[in-house]
Design a protein around this ligand. Structure first.
Ligand code: DX5
Ligand code: ZN
Length: 218
């Protein structure tokens, strides 16, 4: 079973609540929230107050993707605001293990994110401590970019390690996901699927979600 996590980065921010409710009603399983600081990535988006505002308007888990430097300074605020999942970039964490412990101590599911060029070896020694790995399939910063297919072998390799070590870690993919690109990701072992423009740029969100799901489960 795959879970669809619409990224609100491509939603209409002038009516954000409505945009979230709409994808919930259309069959989404998570809401993906992209936090960017203009330092780690060349874009600035939203902070804990957006998570706090969305928390009461949806039953879905909030999946907070931190694309920020020094995430430790903000994790507690995002947890208090109502995040259910928090992922941090391995490239932004000097003491990754400590950061993951911090997320878990706040009752939130911790995940690590790998940029397209970052090898899976960088997370070998943290796998026992995390609930999910997020593979970036574009360079983080913007919605609507083209899927980078060279990430797929990394997903396959991690799936194999997860099986061999008997771990229960979910694999999430983010960036350029459409009904064309999802198949390669789910075949490789991804089960949490982020899609921004492929859902929010479509008039009919139910059809958009269904199309991606069907292609991912084929
Ligand atoms: C990119 C973000 C993504 C983005 C995905 O930095 O992490 O979540 O919104 O957008 P699409 O699906 O349009 O590539
Ligand atoms: Zn994201």
């Amino acid at each position: 079973m795959i879970k669809i996590a619409p990224s609100i980065l491509s939603a209409d921010f002038a009516k954000l609540g409505q945009e979230v409710k709409e994808v919930e009603a259309a069959g989404a399983e998570l809401i993906h929230i992209d936090v960017m600081d203009g330092q780690f990535v060349p874009n600035i988006t939203m902070g804990p107050i957006v998570v706090e505002a969305l928390r009461p308007i949806t039953q879905l888990p909030l999946d907070v993707h931190l694309m920020i430097e020094n995430p430790d300074n903000y994790i507690e605020q995002f947890a208090k605001a109502g995040a259910d999942y928090i992922s941090v970039h391995v490239e932004a964490c000097r003491h990754l293990h400590r950061t993951i412990q911090l997320i878990r101590s706040l009752g939130v599911k911790p995940g690590v994110v790998l940029n397209p060029h970052t090898p899976i070896e960088s997370i070998q020694h943290i796998l026992e401590d995390i609930d999910f790995v997020l593979f970036m399939t574009v360079n983080p910063g913007f919605g609507g970019q083209k899927f980078i297919s060279s990430v797929v072998p990394k997903i396959e390799a991690l799936s194999k390690i997860i099986k061999e070590r008997g771990l229960s870690i979910e694999i999430e993919v983010d960036g350029g996901i459409t009904s064309e690109t999802i198949g390669a990701c789910t075949k490789a072992g991804a089960t949490m699927i982020v899609a921004g423009s492929a859902i929010y740029n479509k008039e009919n969100r139910r059809e958009a979600i269904q199309e991606i799901k069907t292609a991912g489960e084929a």
